[in-house]
Design a binder for this molecule. Sequence first.
Ligand code: ADP
Ligand code: MG
Length: 350
Amino acid sequence: MEKKPHSAKRESPPREAAAALLVLLVLLLNALLYLYLSELRGSPGRAEAEPSLCPFGYFRLGSVKNCSPWLSCEAINREVRKLKCVGEGAVKKVFLSEWKENKVVLSQLTNIELKEDFLHGLKMLKALQSRHVVRLLGYCEKQFTILTEYHPLGSLRGLNETLHIPKYKGMNTWHRRLMLAIDYVSIIRYLHSSPLGTLVMCDSNDLDKVLSQYLLTSDFHVLVNDLDALPLVNKSSGRLVKCGHRELRGEFVAPEQRWPYGEDVPFDDDLMPPYDEKTDIWKIPDVSNFFLGHVEGSDIVRLHLFDIHAACKRKDPAKRPSAQEILDTYRKVLTLLIREVAMPGTREML
Ligand SMILES: Nc1ncnc2c1ncn2[C@@H]1O[C@H](COP(=O)(O)OP(=O)(O)O)[C@@H](O)[C@H]1O
Ligand SMILES: [Mg+2]
């Protein structure tokens, strides 16, 4: 049988062919990486639009195809059965409950003096339904109750404990943790450019407080849940905000949130200057540090985020980056580091 003449060629391909092959391989890997990242992120169009597939005032739960109207007082009283208390904050007591074989959450106002906060939270929940916000299933204003979707992993306060459960250990990686930080910054970005305008996440005077306002979903995403303290900033009309009427202290809150006139002058809310949404930006590095935790690779991520985090901590709020800029940087770092893992040492080539 005749030997194929090009078989020798295959054994020692010319340099150009090898280079072309390498370029092809790099392009293929890039395409795969792109697909992988878009899968992780979800395409913005689809993801942002997803909840609006149900019109305002309606929700869809689990695998049910149809949209149902938000439950009314009557439907809540008739069809929802309280099971047990799963959380409590300053404003609400939160009960795991059952509705038509679904696990849901019934939140009830605990202190009538805080009814304005409760009603503000409900108004925000209605107006901001999106992929970033816990799903509203119904409410009853006269009984001060809100019905939402139940998330068994609870608030972000329990993140480290959850990541140590054997079932979730595989999630305890720098890249999953960075993705949670990306989710969190996406939420701040959404609140700062929401359909209602620029909203400040005021219920955030310490790390624990911040974490308790967000939920961890079973597929490891972050949702904002507590929207009770969400005032509106409008810089062009000079409208600024204050997070509460009491003096705030400590490094966690932004410098402009602290009493500026020294220890000798007693705190007076009327003299306290208002501020804008850049207080949320000041807090992002601390929250992200919590997300990154201490796993293999998290310090490398920290190193890559060093400059943007330093910018978040600028004393002058106007000099801090926007949430969008931070989000862009986080996403770039994720892409870069995933590439590094997939193809070590190829950064310059790409
Ligand atoms: N949908 C939910 N699924 C699971 N846990 C929840 C849910 N909503 C609230 N919780 C738990 O209840 C806590 C208090 O809820 P939150 O709405 O922040 O109340 P408050 O307004 O009083 O601060 C949360 O930190 C969380 O642990
Ligand atoms: Mg809360």
